[in-house]
Design a protein. Structure first.
Length: 444
């Protein structure tokens, strides 16, 4: 006979799926459910655990258990499926500029007419061709940071750079300290490679490094993942002193630093990267997706010499090499100044979109940076982010809840907005809808 608690699970699941219990409803406390269904407190906890595993409810420390909005597309966030063409995508950033397509045509013609065209049909060195590593090293140099070409590994975008770092330098079970809100792509890697993520609490201007020190004393932390320049999703740009402090903690506790700089180009004169302060233990990861084009899939890892063999092995195991047609195109654009022009134009574009955000959102609080392509909107305590997202999806606007970004047990009620993937005109229309949805949720 079916266990008693299973029958209760099935009953709640049916009521949630049929709409008899609406999204956002606060369910009885564990104690009240125990009394209501004549079951033990442990069994009541088991009921809610199963419903949460089914994706039907979410438990929030100190607030209770709530019914989730189950009509949202699967995996809204890093795992979101491609949205329909009529949906305004404020979930992913793929900023582009007018005329980039024609520039690509010209660049491909140049690749086809100059140099040894047949070389692109052959395998390339796992870390990339020496001349192109030299060009990329020069492009990444500045503010005291001067990577050696020998320590550059060319990869298939920044996500691949993070992948080979996890694959080559970490092991299943390793503990990695990450921000309480972090890049969902790194969370996906941690799950794939069986890494344990522990959250560094957030302060108003960056991670709480006092708390990180305490974590390192309590646990054997192997690495720390950081986005010091234009943090995604909070927009932080850490100061010189914060970068030095992180480097000092890493040395004191022998941590590997994984520095993600995918959005750092949005700051015209950023502080030196953490790799400048702790070059012997920092793996610096960047890409040419956001500053040039997402479809090119070219990135770079700068690593200490001792780490390079492991990273090259990981490239060999995953992709063998980055396609030389793409690396040649990107390197040509670096040399002729096209990448620098793209970066400057996108900095201007991001600031224009931030201005649209400020005007459109009115007095709704936003955590962001005036040069970033994203914004974080914390919602009032009684608001439900999944309900806001559902309302917006019904209006053909896609945004993300905090869930894909969160590394703590309690997920904050917030939404993250990507500003770079639609026209400015459509962005303004979409943001006004976001404001309306947030205000309606606030006054429910």
């Amino acid at each position: 006979m079916k266990a008693r608690y299973k029958a209760i699970v099935d009953k709640f699941a049916e009521m949630i799926r049929s709409g008899k219990i609406l999204a956002g409803t606060r369910l009885p406390t564990h104690r009240d459910l125990s009394a209501q269904e004549h079951i033990s407190l442990a069994t009541a906890t088991r009921v809610y655990s199963e419903l949460e595993a089914m994706g039907l409810v979410s438990g929030e420390t100190g607030r209770g258990t709530f019914v989730r909005e189950i009509s949202l597309p699967y995996g809204h966030g890093i795992d979101q499926h491609a949205v329909a063409t009529d949906v305004l995508d404020l979930n992913f950033n793929y900023p582009s500029l007018p005329g980039q397509g024609e520039l690509l045509r010209d660049a491909l013609r140049q690749v086809s007419t100059v140099g040894d065209i047949e070389s692109h049909l052959r395998y390339q060195p796992h870390a990339g061709r020496p001349a192109e590593r030299e060009i990329i090293a020069g492009h990444l140099s500045g503010r005291g940071f001067k990577p050696a070409a020998d320590n550059v590994v060319i990869v298939n975008g920044a996500q691949h750079g993070l992948t080979i770092t996890a694959m080559g330098l970490l092991r299943p079970g390793d503990v990695v300290a990450v921000d309480a809100l972090t890049y969902p792509g790194f969370k996906a890697l941690a799950e794939l490679f069986h890494l344990e993520l522990i959250a560094i609490p957030s302060l108003a201007d960056g991670p709480d490094y006092v708390a990180l020190k305490q974590l390192c004393k309590k646990r054997h932390v192997r690495a720390v993942y950081t986005m010091p320049t234009m943090h995604n999703p909070l927009g932080w740009v850490l100061t010189h002193s914060q970068r030095k402090e992180l480097s000092a903690i890493a040395r004191a506790h022998d941590l590997l630093i994984i520095e993600d700089t995918a959005y750092s180009y949005l700051i015209r004169r950023p502080p030196p990267p953490v790799a400048f302060y702790a070059p012997e233990r920092t793996v610096y990861v960047t890409g040419y997706s956001k500053n040039v084009a997402t479809g090119l899939r070219v990135g770079a890892v700068v690593c200490p010499e001792a780490y390079r063999p492991a990273l090259e092995r990981a490239v060999r195991a995953t992709t063998w090499n980055t396609p030389s047609v793409m690396t040649t195109l990107v390197c040509n654009w670096i040399q002729d100044g096209t990448v620098a022009r793209f970066e400057e134009l996108k900095r201007q574009d991001a600031r224009q979109r931030q201005a649209v955000l400020r005007i459109s959102m009115g007095d709704i609080p936003c955590i962001t940076h005036p040069g970033s392509y994203f914004a974080w909107l914390p919602l009032p305590d009684e608001s439900r982010a999944d309900r806001v997202v559902k309302v917006l999806m019904d209006s053909n606007i896609s945004v993300s809840t905090a869930t894909p970004f969160c590394t703590t047990q309690t997920v904050p009620q917030a939404i993250r907005i990507a500003l770079g993937s639609v026209t400015v005109e459509n962005l303004q229309k979409a943001l006004l809808k976001v404001r309306e949805a947030v205000e309606n949720e606030r006054y429910r």
